[in-house]
Design a protein around this ligand. Sequence first.
Ligand code: NAD
Length: 249
Amino acid sequence: MKRLEGKVALITGAGSGFGLGIAETFAREGARVAIVDINEAAARAAAEGIGAAAIGLAADVSKASDVNRAVAATLAAFGKLDIVVNNAGISHRNRPMLEVEEDEFDRVFAVNVKSIYLFAKAAVPLMQSQGRGVIINVGSTAGLRPRPGLTWYNSTKGAVHTMTKSMAVELAPQRIRVCALAPVAGETPLLATFMGEDTPEKRALFVNSIPLGRFSTPQDIANAALYLASDEASMITGVVLEVDGGRCI
Ligand SMILES: NC(=O)c1ccc[n+]([C@@H]2O[C@H](COP(=O)([O-])OP(=O)(O)OC[C@H]3O[C@@H](n4cnc5c(N)ncnc54)[C@H](O)[C@@H]3O)[C@@H](O)[C@H]2O)c1
């Protein structure tokens, strides 16, 4: 039996990186998946790569109208919604905190934090009527063990972790589980933004801070998301699961 047989999942930012890995893994394990991304071409290409079990949807997760449209399109295609993965995220480039301008600060908070509020407004009522549901928020080791140069990004991930725990206790009576993942630096297009500059020296500096000695991969993150989304984790809610090779110890 596949681990997500019969489930419907909506995954944001799934045109690239961790989100794409999560979408491919969920589909392989029997789920039908809605791939939501601001990059429409990437969303469509990802869905085509997966095949009939996937649809690609263009949406900016920081805009209520886009979020509502994405949830409605998922329902129209698949008839229900069991799992939402709030994965879409951005960062300001690694640099001193005072050099980040207000509009960039606002944008990072809107994409990384407000999106979770918007998806809760759109999807939780559905999950409440279904009597079950799972929400997985992608946080970061940056929210657990912040380092200089990413102060405002780190703060968004702290908010993601607190939202996760608070949503988990509030929604538990309705059998809606809410969990977070805290990945360590991963091999995705975002990595260069986190490092500030993509040089062999910077890469070595980052990798050397990870006890298991390598960056995370989309498959590492997808494996953890798969477990939390599946019924195997039916007694688990409110956790912030580090997928970090020991980075936060
Ligand atoms: N890569 C890392 O080192 C790392 C580490 C810890 C946490 N994370 C988190 O993992 C998540 C995924 O990051 P990734 O590394 O896969 O990055 P990525 O850049 O490869 O993928 C992010 C995707 O989100 C999409 N996106 C950006 N803004 C959007 C918006 N407003 N609406 C909809 N889609 C939007 C992008 O188009 C892209 O396809 C993010 O939340 C990130 O903060 C990444």
